[in-house]
Design a protein around this ligand. Structure first.
Ligand code: ZN
Length: 90
């Protein structure tokens, strides 16, 4: 066994983004979100809390993030999502 220290914190890209976890219908949903800009870092437990975290993270990325690339990517994702939703309604 090597005793190499693998940094999980401080890595340039330690898994930024949104993670949502829910094991089966009865399990409590948990989620955490981290934005590379460092202005949005939250965790949530429970269906309602997770949902509001997902929405808040999306809004941050689209409207509030200080990184232009993040805002541009989020705007594209939102546009794609709205297309999907409007197709589904027909
Ligand atoms: Zn951000």
């Amino acid at each position: 066994m090597s005793a190499a220290i693998t940094p999980t914190i401080g890595d340039p890209r330690p898994g930024y983004g949104l993670r949502v976890r829910k094991d089966g219908n009865k399990a409590l949903a948990v989620a955490d979100a981290d934005c590379p800009c460092g202005q949005f870092s939250r965790a949530a437990t429970g269906d309602v809390e997770v949902e509001s975290l997902v929405i808040g993270y999306g809004r941050h990325r689209r409207d509030q993030c200080s990184i232009p690339e993040i805002r541009a990517a989020a705007a594209r994702q939102y546009a794609a999502l709205q297309q999907t939703l409007s197709k589904r309604r027909k």
